[in-house]
Ligand binder design. Structure first.
Ligand SMILES: *Cc1c(COP(=O)(O)O)cnc(C)c1O
Length: 351
């Protein structure tokens, strides 16, 4: 497969903006090239446009190479950049799954790119043949999310491999929740599939959602073209510094992830004993998709008791489902207690 041929023509022919810090990283020099305020306050200079130091630390932590890494202002920025590199507005289309993360459609809509969804089955399993049947010669991109949001399950590896082998386009696997999963990352397959892009984020397991820091891992060639269209200073200096600081010592992060995984499994067990609950779907993430008997009533009751969860019952195959993030041990206990009080108050017998 020729990645070059998948790139939009105008992007292929683009002369990119060259910023002052692009042309010269002049930390040892008198810097009169970027019209900055020269008085040092820690943030008066433009940040490194390629985040060299931060990338080195991240690649070291993940055991991967910096040349395969692009950083973004959250992974949501990366989703948008990928669509803009490969999809000609009004002509090309993107394939995705349902139910899944909503930003793929939002970014496609904004870019006037047709987004098509193929349904997962009632256990949210992925079937490569169904997806291959829905693509055409203008399908440039596929977005898969694994572990999937809002369902929590990981997509079956052999089905995804079947799709990768047959699809003549870019396959993006969104691994926002990979650090909560015991399954291996798709980054291990980057050398096998030149068309593969793996997206990860510092927003979930790392506890840095407010920093807005996302990662895209891909072949050198794909990273190079994404670098050509990204805004020059898309990751701000404070974020680069805070990201580096966080990677210095990950002991706390790792223990938090362990706690959240244990809490997830305990919460799942506790919910399954409740009369109001029909089904708790298996999860490799830090949330649970839960099918209740009357989800909208539960949603309202939880809100009245100052607990907010996510309504997902309007999504495909998600009748009566709420998505519940795993909280602190105390918060999870409060959730269960509130649901118990609900059951007592209503003294509902569902089965
Ligand atoms: C939360 C989430 C993201 C968003 O990540 P940011 O880096 O905060 O933009 C991306 N993908 C999925 C599936 C998510 O659930």
């Amino acid at each position: 497969m020729k990645i070059e041929e998948l790139i939009r023509e105008n992007i292929r022919n683009l002369t990119t903006y060259s910023s002052a810090r692009d042309e010269f990283d002049g930390s040892d020099y008198i810097q009169l090239d970027a019209n900055e305020n020269p008085f040092n306050n820690g943030v008066n200079r433009y940040p490194d446009p390629y985040q060299t130091e931060l990338k080195r630390a991240i690649a070291g932590y993940r055991g991967l190479n910096t040349e395969n890494l692009l950083l973004g202002n959250g992974s949501d920025e990366l989703i948008d950049l990928i669509i803009r590199v490969f999809c000609e507005p009004g002509v090309d289309n993107v394939i995705g799954l349902k139910p899944s993360y909503g930003m793929y459609r939002v970014c496609c809509d904004i870019n006037n790119v047709d987004y098509r969804e193929v349904g997962l089955d009632s256990n949210f399993r992925f079937n490569a043949v169904d997806v291959l049947n829905a693509i055409d010669t203008n399908t440039k991109l596929a977005f898969f999310c694994s572990p999937n949001n809002p369902t929590g399950n990981s997509l079956d590896k052999s089905e995804v491999e079947k799709f990768l082998a047959a699809f003549n386009g870019i396959v993006v696997i969104d691994e926002a929740y990979i650090d909560f999963s015991d399954k291996s990352s798709w980054t291990n397959s980057l050398s096998v599939y030149p068309q593969l892009v793996v997206i990860q984020t510092f927003s979930k397991a790392f506890g840095l959602a407010s920093l807005r820091l996302g990662m895209a891992w891909a072949s050198k060639q794909i990273i190079a073209v994404l670098n050509r269209i990204k805004p020059p200073y898309n990751v701000n200096g404070l974020t680069q510094k805070a990201g580096l600081d966080a990677l210095q010592d990950l002991t706390i992060t790792k223990s938090q992830v362990d706690i959240l995984k244990r809490e997830r499994d305990q919460l799942s067990k506790n919910l399954q004993t409740m009369k109001t609950v029909q089904k708790v779907f298996p999860s490799d993430a830090n949330f649970l998709l839960v099918r209740f008997h009357e989800a909208s009533e539960i949603y309202r009751y939880l809100l009245e008791n100052k607990i907010v969860v996510r309504k997902r019952f309007e999504q495909f195959n998600c009748d009566n489902c709420l998505r519940i993030s795993v909280g602190t041990p105390k918060e999870n206990e409060q959730l269960i207690n509130t649901l118990k009080i609900f059951e007592n108050e209503k003294s509902i017998v569902y089965r």
